[in-house]
Ligand binder design. Sequence first.
Ligand SMILES: [Ca+2]
Ligand SMILES: [Ca+2]
Length: 88
Amino acid sequence: MSERTRKDRTTLDYLRPGAEERGRLRETFDFNDVNRDGRLTLGEFIRFMESVDENLTAAECGIGFDAIDTNRDGAIGFDEFYEWWTRG
Ligand SMILES: [Ca+2]
Ligand SMILES: [Ca+2]
C-alpha cells in the first residue's frame, strides 16, 4: 500500500461524519471489555447494560446480547457493537 493511499484514507476517516462518534464508542467498548480480548462476552455486556440502566434484568440483557451477536459466535465484536449502537 502506497503512502498516498494511507494518507487519503486517514483524511477520509477524519472527515467522515460519525468517525468521532466511532472513536468514542471504541473507548466505551474497550472500557467494558474487561479482559481486553477485543470482544464483549455476555457477562461483560450485562455489566455494561447495568451501567446504562440499572433496572435492566440479566434476562433482558441476554435477549439484547443475542440480537447484537449477529454472527452467533457467542461474543460481541466491536463492529457488531457499533452496528447496534448506530442502528437505533
Ligand atoms: Ca472481553
Ligand atoms: Ca459476534
